[in-house]
Design a protein around this ligand. Structure first.
Ligand code: URA
Length: 229
């Protein structure tokens, strides 16, 4: 990409309200990039930048933007894929069946491990903030656009660890092609923050996934001890 084309692309992102680009794009060293990092970024500023978003097609079918929920100073952040029907209706992440399981996993596992932790102590959000039609997987361009806000959220919170729930969140954050089976159970990094990948609670709700359930409890235990010991 020529320096001029790159400059134009970055200006385009900035016009959309995206002030920080985290993509691993090859940046020529001989051009001076415009500053895109908002100083003193906060969740409130990020939410205000999202506004009544129409940046991608997902806006057409949504009822509510599902920004995120929980402690803005959380030491642990969970990232899912995108809102489902219940989340779209309430404007809150993980409030449907998968959300109830996530709450149970967070609170039940921490209680068993002797860690006093409630769901409200962590931060929970998704890669895309609007419900994809029929709960389909978000398209790459939708994740690219909305991912900018996710990365700003994670940068503003600065948790001690991130837990990516499922392949979509893992790919969106880590930028690779590997899915949950390959990535889970091991520590990865996003911008120097340790990141654990585990199964999405919706997957665990399906029958015959006993093994995955056991594995995700193991993953979560690792995360909880790392963050709260
Ligand atoms: N699935 C997700 O990935 N996120 C939600 O908020 C709910 C279900």
């Amino acid at each position: 990409m020529s320096p001029e084309a790159l400059r134009q692309q970055l200006e385009y992102y900035r016009d959309l309200g995206i002030k920080q680009i985290y993509r691993r794009m090859p940046i020529p060293t001989d051009i001076e990039l415009p500053s895109l990092v908002p100083a003193g970024d906060t969740l409130e500023l990020i939410r205000a930048d999202i506004g009544d978003c129409t940046r991608c097609r997902l806006c057409k079918g949504r009822n509510k933007i599902v920004f995120g929920d929980g402690n803005p100073n959380a030491r642990l952040a969970f990232v899912g894929e995108g809102p489902g029907a219940d989340e779209d209706e309430q404007g809150l992440p993980f409030v449907g069946r998968a959300g109830q399981l996530l709450t149970q996993m967070i609170e039940g596992t921490s209680a068993k491990e002797g860690i006093p932790l409630k769901r409200a102590d962590v931060y929970i959000c998704n890669v895309v903030k609007c419900r994809p039609p029929e709960n389909r997987t978000p398209e790459p361009d939708e994740m690219e656009m909305c991912g900018q806000f996710l990365f700003r959220q994670l940068s503003a919170i600065k948790p001690k660890a991130i837990c990516a729930l499922g392949s979509t969140a893992a790919k969106a954050i880590l930028g690779g092609k590997d899915g949950v089976t390959k990535l889970r159970g091991k520590w990865h990094k996003w911008n120097d923050i340790p990141l654990m990948v585990t199964y999405h609670p919706s997957y665990l709700l399906r029958p015959y996934n006993q093994n995955a359930k056991r594995e995700s409890w193991e993953d979560l235990k690792k995360v909880l001890h790392f963050v709260y010991d």
